[in-house]
Design a protein around this ligand. Structure first.
Ligand code: FAD
Length: 141
């Protein structure tokens, strides 16, 4: 199993003895491409951390209003954010995902390449693959 955020401890404890567990909790990287308006974020970054980072660019993403929710699980289950009535599911803003497949291959999944990984990941999760980096649009404030 893969875990990254707030809920991981309970789940990791439950499964660690008998399953392969991958804890991404320390993998926190965020970057913003101002010219493209695309933010890239690793799964363990929380909703609060992402929007605190983007506020420096006068941008935001419609995330949970609970700041400790991890973006990995939030995005992979669709993501009902603060602006849901206007922007829809947070996952709809995802342009691409870097994914480590079960074979250990790192691939970019977007509308052009490996699109099956992108469409199958959202909003039901990646199953045997791991999302390494999410790329999505950040709106103006
Ligand atoms: C206090 C609280 C408030 C919440 N508020 C909201 C809200 O407003 N809107 C909303 O939509 N949801 C909300 N949630 C639900 C939240 O989005 C989910 O619990 C989400 O799974 C949390 O993300 P996580 O990274 O902590 O997930 P985890 O518990 O780490 O993982 C959840 C699932 O996703 C898989 N997963 C995690 N990271 C990866 C990865 N990188 N690659 C592949 N699979 C992965 C795990 O294997 C697991 O199956 C809330 C939850 C809590 C506890």
């Amino acid at each position: 199993m893969v875990a990254a955020g707030e809920i991981k401890l309970r789940v990791v404890e439950e499964y660690a003895r008998t399953n392969l567990s991958i804890d991404l909790g320390a993998f926190k990287e965020t970057a913003f491409d101002e010219s493209a308006g695309i933010v890239s974020v690793t799964p363990a970054v929380t909703c609060g951390e992402l929007n605190a980072y983007l506020s420096g660019y006068d941008r935001f993403v419609s995330t949970s209003d609970c700041p400790t929710v991890g973006l990995g699980g939030f995005l992979l289950q669709g993501g009902v954010g603060m602006g849901f009535s206007g922007w829809g599911y947070a996952a709809e803003q995802i342009a691409s995902i870097d994914v480590v497949t079960a074979d250990g291959e790192l691939v970019r999944a977007d509308a052009q390449s490996n699109s099956n990984l992108l469409t199958s990941a959202l909003p039901v999760g990646l199953h045997s693959s791991i999302a390494r980096v999410f790329y999505f649009s950040a709106s103006g404030r």
